[in-house]
Design a protein around this ligand. Structure first.
Ligand SMILES: [Zn+2]
Length: 239
């Protein structure tokens, strides 16, 4: 796997240039950092790369701007009073130490109670909350899958929830299995519903082509708005 990375400036745009064995020039803007990345076939001249980048100038500016507007990833410390999101609503964390198995629950007045053993550190608190998020999703997902199985006339043989860095969901078409990102426990319920639908539509159409979005739009006309909420909520990039 031979690649060569250099950094060049194209009319004021810092560009990370990666040369490798590919056929075409590719351009992307990192959603998180706004970094402009171009990958190019080995023997592409600098002039061609400049022309290519300049022809996409408007698109680049728009996406670099968007990455700046996006809220930075929140770093949680799992301490008293901290704000946490559950299915799109904000809750204040109340940490209660007690000598019982750890758990979490929602209380009145938008309080999220986190029960941990005395002396539990940040990492331990995080894992308790993570498992609780997983349970929240696991309670909701079967009904959503059941609903879309009927509508789309497909079968999901297996599904699961896991932490993913770059995807809200994935679909293994061959095994009819879908994976959903644990972070969906933090976004509004309509977003979870959309990701479930999206992944299940892949059982009918592998690619994100016109046919794919026609099917999605038929069953969920406002899917774009839901996707926008997902894009704003964390720096994950795709589906
Ligand atoms: Zn997809």
């Amino acid at each position: 796997l031979k690649t060569k990375t250099t950094y060049i400036d194209i009319s004021g745009i810092p560009v990370k240039l990666v040369k490798k064995r590919i056929r075409n020039l590719n351009l992307r803007v990192c959603r998180r950092t706004g970094e402009v990345r171009v990958s190019a076939p080995w023997h592409t001249g600098l002039h061609s790369i400049r022309t290519f980048v300049m022809s996409k100038r408007d698109w680049i500016d728009k996406h670099v701007q968007r990455s700046k507007e996006r809220a930075p990833k929140i770093l949680y410390k799992y301490v008293q009073g901290e704000c946490h999101f559950i299915m799109g609503c904000e809750y204040r964390l109340q940490v209660i130490e007690r000598d019982k198995p750890p758990s979490a629950e929602i209380a009145g007045g938008h309080i999220l109670k986190l029960f941990v053993r005395p002396g539990s550190d940040e990492k331990k608190r995080e894992s308790v909350l993570r498992e609780w998020y997983r349970e929240i999703l696991k309670k909701q997902i079967p009904a959503l899958i059941g609903k879309w199985e009927k509508e789309l006339n497909v079968t999901v043989k297996d599904w699961g929830v896991k932490q993913m860095k770059t995807r809200w969901g994935t679909c293994n078409i061959r095994d009819s299995r879908i994976w959903l990102n644990l972070e969906l426990a933090k976004t509004p319920p309509g977003c979870l519903d959309y990701v479930v639908l999206h992944e299940m539509v892949h059982l009918l159409e592998r690619y994100h082509n016109k046919r794919f979005y026609t099917i999605v739009g038929k069953y969920m006309p406002d899917w774009k708005e839901r996707e926008q909420i997902l894009k704003r909520s964390v720096d994950y990039c795709g589906l």
